[in-house]
Design a protein around this ligand. Structure first.
Ligand code: SF4
Length: 381
């Protein structure tokens, strides 16, 4: 049956059937599935889906929150650019609160830097048109999902001949990060709830290596409760009956080949960096995008003396382990006490897609009910 309205993806009877089917298929086995995308982590805790799974089916969170994986040094670099004379630094709201070694972009704004909060890269272009005597720099962050909008903005800036607009490019690509996780020592997973938003752009085929090289199932997944539970059913059926493969649960949006036009403009404006540092995962080769030399006049790293800061995370911060799925957010020693959405120590507590923020905002209520001591100690304000 095709569904048209969001309520239909949340209909209690259908959800209960999927939950019962998961319990039946998982009987007698311990299953650990990773949801790669921060949007899924958010949906799982917002809708209480963890409580609908049997205890032997565990969902662990992956590296798919773009705000969370940017290392502290790149935020230091962003703050250094924002403080340069004549610069208007344009950024999405959640990036303003991510801590660096010297504070956040909000602190930089308080210190006099002209940091503006925008909703779209096109807002940064508008700022550039309105302020021809200033240098407008857009802080580009995100996976393949958002990179095409940066690419379209670069093309428009070129077509308009803008001379005072550039991009500090921090776009990352999901496939090398998944490979890095699969190759991590001691990592043991039974399958993936695949990233529906990224797959909308890159398609289904780039995920073929997961069953082919690692023998694990993956289901590209939508973001409603029934989508996520249906994907868990698909993964359990693959594990039970085989063969393991890439399944497309989100076929109402994701095509096998992705979005060709988006991929074309990405290829026209950006190229792979030889390597890029990820918070918690270290340097991963060919895992991020840089602006092509043909667009160097719009590349902030070519136009400004970016300091290229490298810093290690604060000792108390365990975001790296959270991003690899090695620990749950509430297992971090500072979760809910020193580190909250109001006073974030790590990036995973900043973005709504961050696993720590999702747990803090929604998941801790069910953890408290289950009697998890560290969460009970942190309390619920
Ligand atoms: S609780 Fe804070 S410091 Fe700990 S992992 Fe989460 S975001 Fe990082």
């Amino acid at each position: 049956m095709s569904m048209r309205f969001v309520d239909e993806y949340r209909e209690p009877g259908g959800i209960a059937k999927l939950s019962a089917e998961i319990e039946r298929l998982a009987k007698g086995r311990q299953v650990k599935l990773m949801e790669v995308c921060g949007g899924h982590t958010h949906a799982i805790y917002k809708h209480g889906l963890q409580d609908l799974l049997p205890e032997n089916v565990e969902l662990v969170h992956g590296p798919g929150c773009p705000v969370c994986v940017i290392p502290m040094g790149r935020i230091d670099d962003a703050i250094a650019i924002a403080h340069m004379p004549g610069v208007i630094f344009a950024t999405y709201g959640d990036m303003m609160r991510v801590p660096s070694s010297t504070g956040s972009l909000i602190d930089a704004k308080a210190d006099g830097a002209d940091v503006r909060f925008i909703y779209s890269p096109l807002d940064a272009l508008t700022l550039a048109r309105k302020n021809p005597d200033r240098e407008v720099v857009f802080f580009a962050v995100g996976f393949e999902t958002t990179a095409p909008s940066t690419a379209a903005t670069l093309l428009r800036a070129r077509d308009e001949g803008l001379k005072n607009f550039s991009v500090f490019c921090n776009h990352v690509t999901i496939i090398p990060a998944i490979k890095a996780i699969l190759d991590s020592p001691g990592m043991s997973l039974d399958g993936f709830v695949g990233p529906g938003h990224v797959a909308t752009i890159i398609g289904v085929r780039p995920f073929d290596f997961i069953p082919r090289e690692y023998g694990l199932p993956i289901a590209i997944t939508g973001f409603e409760p029934s989508d996520i539970l249906q994907s868990v059913v698909m993964l359990l059926r693959q594990l039970t009956d085989g063969p393991v493969r890439v399944e497309n649960q989100y076929a109402r949006v994701v095509r096998d080949d992705g979005n060709r036009r988006a991929l074309e403009i990405l290829a026209e404006t950006m190229q792979l960096r030889p390597f890029f540092e990820w918070r918690g995962l270290g340097f991963i080769s060919q895992s991020a995008l840089a602006i092509r030399p043909e667009f160097a006049q719009f590349d902030a790293e070519a136009r400004f003396a970016v300091p290229n800061v490298r810093v290690t995370d604060p000792k108390a911060c365990q975001c790296g382990e959270v991003l690899k799925g090695a620990i749950k957010p509430w297992q971090c020693k500072v979760f809910g006490n020193a580190c909250t959405p109001e006073t974030p120590i790590g990036s995973c507590m900043v973005s709504p897609e961050g696993a720590c923020a999702a747990y803090y905002n929604y998941g801790r209520y069910s953890l408290m009910r289950r009697g998890v001591a560290s969460v009970q100690a942190a309390g619920v304000p």
